[in-house]
Design a protein around this ligand. Structure first.
Ligand code: ADP
Length: 194
């Protein structure tokens, strides 16, 4: 049973690594960004509410995001572990997650912090814009997303560091290389697959 968070700036490579880690540990990768995009695409009520925020590079309000994650973590496949990618991103979300895990009588095993410098993340995101055409990958919105990350999410790192949970990983380099670093960092804390 492995319960992990993946934190990092937009473009740090969270989504890519989340997929690989989830497979390695046989746990679901839960990406709030993916869930929101899925809802936007299918024009659900949640998608309609989230879209305006996402298009501007702002966070979706905590009330919506917290309800979504509470529901997702109550599903059967998350009972034996999970990897949260892109949640929590605000202090309020940290409190909510503490509450959810507390009521499940469990806690986090580690918080993987993926680092990458600003030039590199902007380069990756602009490249992804060309490849995938994501609505929030324009230069102006990318800049806003990075600002919001610095303002609201970067401060959460010290919260988890104070709890001794942070594993800091250099996100630059080949995808497989970065995965290897994460697995080593987790193994050093005794978090390993069987
Ligand atoms: P990235 O990390 O590359 O910016 P994501 O795919 O994780 O992108 O998220 C895309 C957008 O979805 C965010 O800019 C935000 O609007 C919304 N979102 C995702 N996760 C959260 C969250 N935990 N809280 C609020 N909004 C979120």
């Amino acid at each position: 049973m492995t319960r992990l968070l993946l934190i990092g700036a937009p473009g740090a490579g969270k989504g890519t690594q989340a997929e690989r880690l989830a497979e390695t540990f046989s746990i679901p990768a839960i990406s709030t960004g993916d869930i929101f995009r899925h809802n936007v695409k299918n024009e659900t009520e949640l998608g309609k509410q989230a879209k305006a925020f996402m298009d501007r590079g702002e966070y979706v309000p905590d009330s919506l995001t917290n309800a979504l994650v509470r529901d997702r973590l109550s599903q059967a496949d998350a009972a034996n572990g999970f990897l949260l990618d892109g949640y929590p991103r605000t202090a309020d979300q940290v409190a909510e997650l503490d509450d959810i895990l507390g009521s499940m009588d469990t806690g986090l095993d580690a918080v993987v912090l993926l680092t990458a410098d600003t030039d590199e993340v902007v380069r990756r995101l602009l490249n992804r814009a060309l490849e995938q055409g994501r609505a929030d990958d324009t230069e102006e919105v990318i800049r806003r997303r990075l600002e919001v990350y610095e303002e609201q999410t970067a401060p959460l790192i010290s919260v988890y560091a104070d709890r001794g949970l942070v594993v800091m990983i250099d996100g630059l380099g080949e995808v497989t290389e970065v995965t290897g670093r994460i697995l080593e960092g987790l193994a050093a804390r005794g978090i390993e697959t069987l």
